[in-house]
Design a protein around this ligand. Structure first.
Ligand code: ADP
Length: 486
């Protein structure tokens, strides 16, 4: 649980406010009930003291004061109830006492007041009593004090039970509210979660995708619509840029091809001066290099625009690699490099064959370029689980660790001077990477400076229904006769 998350903070706020309201409600209920019970006791005592008072008034007899007690006892049979009654003369002489006797404090003159009043007494039995005292004047003129007491223990019991019920209700209501609130908040934030997941998946290649729009008519719907409009504008801008580069590279190709043709003819023309022909030869070399750059830029921008994979077919990856290597063998021979290929097992893949051929060309071209004379380059194709894996290993100059983390970036060259001399502009490997990604595959490198490099390119292969994937170590195929040429 993350305490700074909006979900947690909302749940805590919600629970806090609800608990606060419930506590206020419980206090109000408790105070109200306590007041009501106290008033009930008071009213009952007022009624009883008045009734006892009228009995005293009617039965007061100078000679027989016991008549009062008998009459009160008859009316109230107090032993059966919880009420306590005490009657004393103005001088403090007790003439009647019933009910729990300890309810009353010992009589003293401070208790003798003309106006009726209530007081509380903590009795020796541990109970609390409310006692009402009222002065009564008999017809004979003699004054008596009537006291009626009632225990408050019943009220305390009721209040204790009420408190327990209120506390339990408070806890339960808060727990239910917190759990409910948590789920409520989670479900209201789910559209945001969905948007975040979708946004993470949207890359420059999938700008056609959009955020899910919930039709809730609230800020979340507004947000998803606004984000979708933003992605749309991005898509347009991106498309515009890639189209522009693709168009520009395409437009440059034709004049370059014409220039190249014209220069080739001129270079071979014996009527032209040898000096001029040499200059034209240099221009031709640069034009060839320029054509290469334009070709690579065109490929790159087409890959970016997602236009490059129109011809998807099923073919044998090993066979394609063997054929492509043979096209390039001449370059290796020129540099006196040994070029071995191990690709015998037929491995079916589904993809754009010309593009995958380009991968082989780019990797092999680099291996040849960056391996000094007399070195060796070996190419192998094998099946590993559900993948077709191509590795190109050379004994060339190798790549530093820092270089390895950048070589798949566009226009990155570890050694600009040497690279330029060799005709590279730093796009070959990013093209390989893009083609791999478009086929659901990847490319990686292992290299040690001065000792050589191994490039590994893998894409998913087609599995026969019965065929189980080969264990991950894979098996390097032993080259068949004729496929290994040194
Ligand atoms: P370039 O056209 O310059 O070769 P790449 O994208 O193909 O561009 O390669 C990027 C950089 O990676 C190169 O400039 C080179 O420094 C390095 N590189 C690529 N392949 C190898 C290799 N087989 N051996 C050593 N360095 C390599």
């Amino acid at each position: 649980m993350n305490p700074s998350s909006i979900r947690f903070r909302l749940a805590v706020w919600y629970a806090g406010v609800l608990a606060g309201i419930l506590i206020l409600f419980s206090i109000a209920t408790y105070v109200g009930v306590r007041h009501f019970l106290a008033r009930n006791v008071h009213e009952a005592l007022v009624k009883d003291t008045q009734e006892v008072g009228s009995i005293v008034r009617e039965n007061a007899n100078e000679r027989d004061e016991g008549a009062i007690g008998r009459e009160v006892g008859e009316h109230y049979s107090p032993e059966s109830g919880e009420r306590a009654i005490r009657i004393v003369t103005a001088e403090g002489a007790p003439i009647y006492l019933s009910g729990p006797g300890e309810a009353f404090p010992p009589w003293n003159s401070s208790l003798a007041q003309d106006q009726p009043y209530d007081m509380t007494n903590h009795a020796a039995d541990g109970q609390e009593y409310v006692i009402r005292t009222q002065a009564v004047a008999a017809d004979s003129g003699k004054k008596y004090f009537v006291q009626v007491g009632a225990s408050l223990s019943r009220n305390s019991e009721i209040l204790e039970q009420l408190l327990a019920v209120l506390a339990l209700a408070l806890l339960l209501a808060t727990a239910i509210a917190v759990t409910g609130g948590f789920f409520l908040i989670r479900s209201s934030l789910r559209p945001l979660d969905n948007m975040a997941t979708r946004a993470q998946k949207i890359t420059s290649r999938s700008l056609h995708e959009r955020m899910p729009v919930s039709s809730t008519g609230d800020e979340l719907q507004q947000l998803s619509i606004s984000l979708n409009r933003m992605i749309e504008r991005l898509e347009e801008a991106f498309h515009h840029i890639t189209r522009f580069s693709a168009d520009a590279s395409h437009e440059l190709r034709t004049p370059l091809t014409i220039m190249r043709g014209e220069l080739e003819t001129a270079v071979q023309n014996p009527k032209i001066d040898a000096d001029v022909r040499e200059t034209l030869g240099t221009v031709l070399e640069e034009t060839v290099r320029l054509s290469k750059i334009v070709d690579q830029l065109l490929t790159m921008s087409r890959l970016d625009a997602g236009e490059a994979f129109l011809e998807v077919s099923r073919f044998d990856f090993s066979e394609m690699v063997r054929t492509t290597v043979e096209y390039i063998r001449l370059l290796a021979d020129e540099k006196k490099l040994s070029l071995k290929v191990a690709a015998v097992e037929a491995i079916q893949v589904e993809g754009d064959q010309p593009r995958l051929q380009q991968v082989v060309v780019n990797l092999l071209d680099n291996a040849i370029k960056y391996t000094p004379e007399g070195g060796s380059v070996s190419v192998s194709v094998r099946a590993e689980e559900d993948k077709a894996v191509l590795t190109v290993t050379d004994t060339g100059i190798g790549i530093s660790e820092d270089g390895q983390s950048h070589i798949f970036e566009r226009f990155y060259r570890t050694d600009r001077a040497r690279s330029r001399q060799l005709g590279g502009i730093g796009l070959g490997l990013s093209i390989v990477k893009s083609i791999g990604a478009a086929h659901g595959g990847r490319v990686s490198v292992e290299s040690a400076e001065g000792r050589g490099s191994t490039f590994r390119f893998e894409i998913p292969r087609l599995l026969d229904k019965e065929e189980k994937p080969i264990p991950s170590e894979g098996q390097v195929l032993t080259p068949a006769k004729g496929s290994e040429i040194s």
